[in-house]
Design a protein around this ligand. Sequence first.
Ligand SMILES: Nc1ncnc2c1ncn2[C@@H]1O[C@H](COP(=O)(O)OP(=O)(O)OP(=O)(O)O)[C@@H](O)[C@H]1O
Ligand SMILES: [Mg+2]
Length: 168
Amino acid sequence: MVLHVHSGHDNRRDKSVHLPDELSTLDCGEILAQSLAPGLIVYLKGDLGAGKTTLTRGILRGLGHAGKVKSPTYTLVEPYPDARIATYHFDFYRFSTPEEFLEAGLDEYFQGAGCCLVEWPDKAQPYLPPADMEISLYVSGAGRQLNIQAHSKEGEACANRFAAHQAD
Ligand SMILES: Nc1ncnc2c1ncn2[C@@H]1O[C@H](COP(=O)(O)OP(=O)(O)OP(=O)(O)O)[C@@H](O)[C@H]1O
Ligand SMILES: [Mg+2]
């Protein structure tokens, strides 16, 4: 994997990685897992099939979760209390209105010490708490491009740890 660090539009350092195949998305997730911290809110953005759930599988593997990782498309949230950092994986694709986020009582998950990974965050706006870090995935040739943007001090620290691990 090659890491390119370039300046973002807001002059923070965005981090960008090319992922040639599914295995590299899983590996990238495992590396990301070593950088995460309790309470971190991570938005996972990208079109249908961009690789958000695949990346989450890698993250959970990196956090020591040995079992399956199901897409939360129907359940809205899948909890992983056995992970090294308790993690909640959300998918709001099926929301027809953002109010469903409040009706389902999901806001409570975002107050605790768990790490929250959120697919389709825009579907729950404006109710979803802001992201510490935003990961975007794009189709790029036969593979994917992954970009990380930090939006808080904690997110910035996580993105910097990720860049340092990548360089190893
Ligand atoms: N780096 C990659 N290169 C090529 N294919 C990839 C890569 N990463 C993941 N894929 C493939 O992309 C497909 C879709 O992945 P995934 O289900 O993770 O997408 P998603 O973003 O979660 O989609 P959805 O929005 O529907 O939940 C899978 O078949 C997976 O194998
Ligand atoms: Mg998915």
